[in-house]
Design a protein around this ligand. Structure first.
Ligand code: PLP
Length: 388
């Protein structure tokens, strides 16, 4: 184009190209909806599922590709798809792998919105969702039907904290040709790698430890098998599961310190849980590293750490209003959902209403132990107990 461009066009088409060779540790944040192709031929030949190139912002930019590759590396997987929340990642798996007439199995202690999604699929989509005892182990074989296509597993349950025998569940599922999707959010790929115990799909809510700042919602679905990844990628595309690149950057930034933070949460949580175990108000500490926790031996066999999330059961003599008042009296613990951030949290649960045949009558309180000094957290708990 030879004619002098108007200012309006110049504002939109600057010819400036920054010098090559810039190097720094942070991954650059590449924002895009439109991705430019070199020519029409390359536009026509690009396959959005093949991450060798770029096609449209929804399918990724160098920022999200880098995050996906690093998450796959952490889990020991090959492929990764990002979703705008952990729950969106769960839904993406279900909608990719289940169709009318299929059956899906979920643990009774599954993350509650995943349970709700299962019930919705049952009510409105012609898919049956059935629930299994998380401690079922190899007996999962008795629940698998010819139309069972997917088994969800979660270790431990994120409120009731039972540690299932994932190796047994995955071995049976494999023998019967059923896929296992593991919600590995609690272990974050640090304390357990899902593929090591036989999962086919590893899902994580990056909202927790990977982001680490209680400021990002994001999820990931990691696989080893390209064909399985591509099936899930179709639902990623059809549902428009884009993530914002600023958020992807925040998660990337969190990955560098993920193990250090996870270990710090773990050490502090074990200290606080150990202190709580001595309290007369508490009947059981549901922390996988403690013997009271169902599946503790399996945790010792399969996991290398624990992180900051655990629950305790109050003696049944304390009523719900009393336990609520105890939580209200805490000063360093926020009252709120989610976990994996730097701030400690406490949430009371009516566990008996959530779980069939729950053996204890007392209230359950779940703690996320943040990065505060555990001695200060213990002092805070002590002053709240004094008000009980
Ligand atoms: C075990 C588990 N899985 C998945 C999720 C969903 O994550 P998100 O909040 O990013 O949707 C959560 C969130 O609390 C969770 O606890």
């Amino acid at each position: 184009m030879t004619k002098k461009k108007s200012i309006q066009t110049t504002l939109n088409h600057s010819g400036y190209v920054p010098p090559a060779g810039f190097a720094a540790y942070p991954t650059a944040i590449h924002h895009a909806s439109t991705v430019l192709f070199k020519d029409v031929a390359s536009m026509r030949s690009g396959d959005w599922k093949d991450k060798g190139g770029y096609t449209y912002g929804l399918h990724g930019t160098p920022t999200s590709f880098t995050l996906e590759a690093r998450l796959a590396e952490i889990e020991g997987g090959e492929h990764c798809l990002l979703a705008p929340s952990g729950l969106a990642a769960i839904a993406m798996v279900d909608l990719a792998l289940l169709k009318s007439g299929d059956d899906v199995l979920l643990p009774e202690n599954v993350y509650n919105p995943n349970r709700d999604l299962g019930r919705w699929l049952s009510a409105d989509f012609g898919i049956t969702a059935r629930f299994y005892d998380p401690m079922i182990g190899a007996d999962i074989a008795k629940m698998i039907q010819p139309n069972t296509k997917l088994i969800w597993a979660e270790s431990p349950g994120s409120v009731s904290m039972e540690v299932p025998d994932l190796r047994a569940i995955c071995a049976v599922a494999k023998a019967k040709g059923v896929l296992v999707a593991l919600d590995n959010t609690w272990a974050a790929g640090i304390a357990l790698r899902g593929f090591d115990v036989g999962a086919d799909i590893v899902m994580q809510a990056l909202t927790k430890y990977q982001s680490g700042g209680s400021d990002v919602l994001m999820g990931a679905v990691i696989t080893r098998d390209r064909a399985l990844n591509d099936r899930i990628a179709m639902s990623h595309m059809r549902l428009g599961m884009g993530v914002g690149m600023d958020d992807a950057y925040l998660v990337l930034r969190g990955l560098d310190t993920l193990k250090l933070r996870f270990d710090a949460h773990d050490a502090a949580a074990r200290k606080v849980a150990g202190w709580l175990q001595q309290r007369p108000e508490i009947t059981r500490v549901l922390h996988p590293a403690f013997e009271d926790c169902p599946g503790h031996a399996i945790w010792r066999r399969d996991f290398t750490g624990a992180g900051g999330l655990f629950s305790v059961l109050f003696d049944a003599r304390y009523t719900e209003p009393q336990v609520d008042a105890f939580v209200d009296a805490l000063e360093l613990f926020g009252i709120g959902f989610s976990w994996g951030g730097t701030h400690s949290l406490a949430v009371p649960y009516r566990i008996q209403a959530m779980r069939r045949n729950w053996p204890d009558a007392g209230m359950l309180v779940r703690f996320n132990i943040g990065l505060e000094d555990p001695d200060d957290l213990i002092a805070d708990l002590e002053q709240a107990f004094a008000k009980l």
